[in-house]
Design a protein around this ligand. Structure first.
Ligand code: FAD
Length: 386
């Protein structure tokens, strides 16, 4: 066993111990009240897990993506809803890789200590959808600052975050050599922005995800809060997307294992026609199939994370990992519900909640079709469809 495997085993044990302090009833309450799991996020921050990827020089753990994946997978497998805090792991990477040293010194130590939260990442717009090149939120150069106007949608955790990474246009779409030129990344201090050019409006959704619409009306952002080069923002964002996909895939693996664990337990215990339902192959086989699919997807997640940690290109692996893991977790959710019969619909078992939560990952942060299109055109060199 390697040192990394040992470390991952230790992380798994201690994250599980932390999660055991947040039992089923905690998640049922936050879900039914649509409230943010503040105590859980604080406990994770205090234990340093949300700073897993922040280098030691800025007060973080300085670990790799493999270890960060173990944190998210373990949370999800325990029954927790990792969506409340996963974004800090990957949004931070944009600041770390492309931010100025001054910005990093200003914010990373406080993010690492849990004093500040960087949980929001604002890209999606109502009229652009997946075609990010069509965003229209515009940042006008006003000398020592930018003024930002426009609208974003589906931006999560803004009301529970201090900072936000925002992608806006600084030049029109047709002004550059490529449609994705002319976009710039900004670090927005949400505490100062709300009421001063930023309005936040909650969107009611099928899961407890604290997602919102944002309206920008000449929001002032200082020039020293630009991350990376002006006009090159899309590249900065792309850089973090592989990490995001791999981390979300590990969350799906955790969800998938949660469903298999629950299905196995119920199939052993539940007696119908005088015997355990798990004695019927009609019940066993879907559980076994889900187990196999999750184990296979997990190997791809691990491969992608290793490549990422070695600094090698991993676009294909990250996308495939996210595709396979999100499909496997969704099939496992359906299997688990079916294994439980009517009981699966009872809120107290958490299955219906996790069923709703895991469904998101075939749509966000990138939908299954768009991943298939990436694999078809970028990996297999098929003709471009759009
Ligand atoms: C709960 C939730 C939280 C979110 N949080 C955030 C966040 O924090 N920050 C953020 O920036 N965004 C966030 N999003 C947005 C999310 O990333 C997008 O919903 C997702 O990328 C899909 O974009 P869209 O909804 O605009 O779908 P669209 O782009 O409108 O696509 C609709 C459907 O058409 C398909 N489609 C589109 N074009 C093609 C094509 N050429 N070929 C085949 N199929 C195609 C898509 O696969 C999709 O299934 C969140 C979304 C949700 C639901």
């Amino acid at each position: 066993m390697s040192d990394t495997d040992d470390l991952c085993g230790e992380i798994r044990k201690s994250v599980l111990a932390l999660c055991s302090g947040f039992p089923s009833r905690y998640w049922q309450k936050t879900d039914s009240e649509n409230s943010y799991p503040t105590e859980f996020v604080e406990a994770l921050s205090e234990a340093g897990y949300l700073a897993t990827l922040i280098p030691e020089q800025y007060g973080g753990a300085g670990l790799g993506l493999r270890e960060a994946c173990v944190v998210l997978e373990t949370m999800s497998r325990s029954g927790a809803h990792a969506g409340a805090c996963h974004a800090q792991m990957y949004t931070m990477g944009t600041l770390l890789r492309h931010g100025s040293e001054d910005l990093k010194q200003l914010y990373l130590p406080e993010i690492a200590s849990g004093k500040l939260r960087l949980q929001s990442f604002a890209v999606t717009e109502p009229d652009a959808g997946t075609d990010t090149s069509r965003i229209t939120t515009f940042a006008s150069d006003c000398g020592d600052h930018y003024k930002i106007s426009g609208q974003k949608t589906w931006i999560s955790r803004v009301e529970h975050s201090d900072l936000m990474i925002l992608l806006a246009r600084t030049a029109p779409r047709d002004a550059g050599a490529k449609p994705v030129d002319g976009m710039t990344v900004f670090l927005v201090d949400i505490r100062q922005a709300i009421g001063n050019g930023l309005t936040v409006q909650a969107i009611s959704t099928m899961i407890n995800h604290h997602t919102t619409q944002l309206f920008f009306d000449e929001l002032r952002v200082p020039k020293d809060h630009v991350i990376g080069k002006v006009g090159q923002g899309f590249r900065c964002i792309l850089d973090g997307m592989n990490a995001e996909r791999i981390l979300i895939a590990s969350e799906c693996i955790g969800d998938g294992r949660f469903f298999v664990d629950r299905a196995v337990g119920y199939a052993r215990d539940r007696k119908v026609f005088g015997r355990a339902i798990g004695m019927n192959q009609g019940v066993q086989f879907p559980i076994a199939r889900s187990y196999a699919e999750i184990e296979a997807a997990s190997l791809m997640v691990d491969k992608a994370a290793k490549l990422f940690d070695q600094g090698q290109s991993c676009g294909a692996e990250a996308n495939i990992a996210k595709l396979l893991a999100s499909e496997a977790s969704w099939k496992a959710a359906d299997m688990c519900l079916q294994t439980h019969g009517g009981a699966g619909f009872a809120k107290e078992l958490d299955i219906e909640r996790k069923f709703r939560e895991t469904r998101l990952y075939q749509v966000a942060p990138i939908s299954t079709n768009l991943i298939l299109s990436y694999v078809a055109e970028r990996v297999l060199d098929l003709p471009k469809s759009y």
